[in-house]
Every structure is written in C-alpha cells, then in structure tokens.
Design a protein around this ligand. Structure first.
Ligand code: NAD
Ligand code: DAU
Length: 348
C-alpha cells in the first residue's frame, strides 16, 4: 500500500487525476486535500466518492499546523500537488491570494512533508504540478523546453514560477525528492467556466456574447485533460528525481480559430443552422500583459518515459462540448451564486 496525498483534487485537473489513480490503483490510498474554493467541487468526484481507497480531507494547504496533522494521520508517502489559484484574470485583480496559495501553500506542504519524512526520503516523492506559463511568451517561432529560462509575466505565472523555485530549492538544499512537470493549456469536462473553452460553450448555449480579448490572435497549445492525468501518472511512476518534464500536445491554436471551431461544433450539436452563433463573437479590451504564444516541446517526456497524447484535438473538443451540453445541471450549479458577480465585474 502507498498513501498518496493529492492536493486540489476537487478542481478540474485534480478530479481527473484522482479518478484515474483511485480506479487504476486499488492498492494506493488516495487522500484528496482540498479547501473547496469556488473552483473546487466535490460533485466532480461523485462517481468515486464511496471507493475504499479514497478519502477527502477539507484543508487549506496554507494551514501548516493542519497540514502536518494530515501527514501524520494518513501516513503520507507521496504527494502530488495541484492545489492552486489557477486563473490569470483573477490574479490580475487579486495578486495577494495567488502569492498566498501558490507560494506559501506550496512551501507549507514542502515543509510538512520534510518534517514528517524526517529527512529519510527512501520511497518518498513530492510531485509538483506546474504550468508552461512560467516560461513567459514566445514569438512566432520556437518552443518551450525544460531548459528555457523562466520569464513569467502575470501574477499567476510569477506565483507558479516562485513555487517551482521553492521545490527545486528543497531538492538542492536537502536532497528532498521532487519532480516537476510544466503543462500547456488543458481542456475537457469539469473545467470551471471562467476559462476560455467552458466559458464560451456556456455562452454559446445561452446566446450570450463571446468576449474575445484583443484581436483573438494569441496562441495556446491545447491538451485534453485526461492526457495530462495520464502524463502525471507516468511521471509519478517513472520520472527521475530532480527532473522537470514538459507536457503538451503539439496542438497550437490561435484563439479566434479555436473559437470558430467551437461555434461550428456547438451549433451542429445544438441543431442550429451553421453560422448561427458567429454573431456572438465580441472583441473586447485585451487582457493586461497578455502572453502572445505558448508552445510546449514535450519530446523529453515522449523519448524518456514513452508518453504521448491519446486524442486528436477535433475528437477531444467534440467530446468536451458534448459533455457540457449533457451536463447543464453541473454548469448551472457552478454558475449560480458568486459566479454571477464575478462575471459582471470581469466583463462589465
Ligand atoms: P482549478 O482552479 O480547477 O482547481 C484548483 C483546486 O485547488 C480547487 O479544487 C481548489 O479548491 C483547490 N485549492 C485552491 N486553493 C487551495 C488551498 N489554499 N488549499 C487547498 N486547496 C486549494 O485548477 P486546475 O486548472 O485544475 O489546475 C490544477 C493545477 O494544474 C494548478 O496547480 C495549475 O497551476 C496547474 N496547471 C493548470 C493548467 C490548466 O490548463 N488548467 C495547465 C497547466 C498546469
Ligand atoms: O498554459 C497553461 C495555463 O493555461 C494554466 O497554467 C492556467 O491555469 C490556465 O488558466 C490557462 O491559462 P490561459 O490564460 O492561457 O487560459 P484561459 O482559458 O484563461 O485563456 C485562454 C486564451 O483565451 C488566452 O489567450 C486568453 C483568451 N481569453 C480568455 C477568456 C477567459 C479570451 O479571449 N476571452 C476570455 O473571456
């Protein structure tokens, strides 16, 4: 048996990872630590909540005393750390909460693990899940490599970069066993509709404007969330201590082109005439400090650990749109209440 602490397991990527681990490894106990912010939702894990090898613990990763108790109570062997404030636009409005959760929270977990493992690191691992945004922004050419220098621009990416530095500092200073992965943009089911893809699907369904930042020319590299969870599984089991792995699908899309694919697919699935929702496209003021282009080179992960994305984008986006259309209750639940005031404030 192994006792694995997954933080942020009630969020978008975390819930897919928890589901994968709980179902695939009955001999692992998966302890999901999440404070349930607006982005965390236990409904995301309804299908596995009664499994014997799954436990949920409501806990703020910044609460060092409580975190230490969780390590003791559940005899934690390994950590996969995903809990974070994750939305760039929110970080522009409230950078403090990003520094608090992403930097101080990560430090609290590192220190709690180090204390509990008492500097005996045999069989132990602290896996830190990070983002490609730490590398900054690319021009028309080139890719982010694991060796690309950090150059974060938003308060979100600065906080993630800082957390990565703390993880590496623990590795270098204490020979604390770590691994880091930096992934590109994820899409799929259970993503909170503040991010581009679920927000736009929801707005298409409700005939609401689609707020395209700037000219819609920014480029993102999209990966199906289940493929990210599969990559984390592979890196967790086969990754080398102290190493970093980039995760991405070699799947770049200019925002406006991606939006047109979403409109076309959603209109078809909703039984609307082709082009019906084109009129919803609304160009709005650009995001401050908007990174132009992200593109991940994940060759190292493929060549050293044998991981590749399993799904073509066209198939993934159709599956994703169908999921949101078929799960209107989920969308309704997460967009009632506080979501309405966020939306008004953000898109006024
Ligand atoms: P998310 O916002 O959907 O989920 C974050 C989860 O963390 C939520 O369940 C929330 O309740 C929890 N959380 C937040 N603050 C907490 C705290 N103080 N204590 C305990 N739990 C807390 O995020 P996501 O999109 O699933 O991203 C997960 C991780 O993956 C993040 O670290 C993010 O930086 C990284 N990442 C995300 C993407 C992406 O495209 N979404 C890409 C690369 C990396
Ligand atoms: O690259 C990985 C990162 O991807 C993760 O680390 C972050 O947690 C995740 O939020 C995501 O960041 P982005 O800022 O790239 O994702 P977002 O979905 O917010 O935006 C994608 C693109 O769409 C970006 O260029 C901004 C644009 N956009 C976004 C929103 C919400 C719009 O044009 N309009 C919008 O309303």
């Amino acid at each position: 048996m192994k006792n694995i602490l997954v933080t942020g397991g009630a969020g978008f990527i975390g819930s897919h990872l928890v589901r994968l681990l709980v179902n695939k490894y009955p001999n692992y106990n998966i302890i999901n630590m999440d404070v349930l912010t607006y982005a965390g939702n236990l409904e995301n894990l309804k299908d596995i909540e009664d499994k014997e090898n799954y436990k949920f613990v409501k806990c703020d990763i910044c609460d060092f005393e409580k975190v230490k108790k969780v390590f003791e109570e559940y005899e934690i062997d390994n950590v996969i750390h995903l809990a974070a404030e994750s939305h760039v636009d929110r970080s522009i409005k409230d950078p403090f909460s990003f520094a608090q959760t992403n930097v101080m929270g990560t430090l609290s977990l590192l220190q709690a693990a180090k204390n509990y493992w008492q500097d005996n690191f045999e069989g132990k691992l602290f896996y830190h899940v990070s983002t490609d945004e730490v590398y900054g922004s690319l021009g028309e050419e080139g890719f982010f490599l694991e060796t690309t220098a950090y150059d974060p621009h938003s308060p979100y990416s600065a906080s993630k970069a800082s957390s990565d530095h703390f993880v590496r500092a623990f590795q270098d200073t204490y020979q604390f066993p770590t691994v880091i992965s930096n992934c590109s943009n994820n899409y799929g089911s259970y993503q909170f509709p503040e991010k581009l893809i679920p927000l736009f699907i929801n707005n298409i369904c409700n005939n609401k404007p689609l707020p395209v930042y700037g000219k819609g020319e920014n480029v993102r590299d999209w990966l199906f969330v289940n493929d990210h969870a599969r990559a984390i599984d592979v890196i967790f089991h086969k990754g080398k201590l102290g190493e970093t792995y980039n995760i991405g699908g070699f799947n770049e899309w200019k925002n406006i082109d991606l939006i047109k694919v979403m409109i076309k697919t959603a209109d078809r699935l909703l039984g609307r005439a082709p082009g019906t929702s084109d009129k919803l496209i609304t160009y709005v003021t650009d995001r401050a400090g908007h990174d132009l282009r992200y593109a991940i080179d994940s060759t190292k992960l493929k060549e050293e650990l044998g991981w590749e994305p399993s799904l073509q984008f066209e198939e993934g986006i159709e599956k994703t749109i169908k999921w949101y259309l078929e799960n209107q209750d989920w969308l309704h639940n997460v967009t009632s209440g506080a979501y309405q005031s966020y939306y008004k404030e953000m898109y006024k």
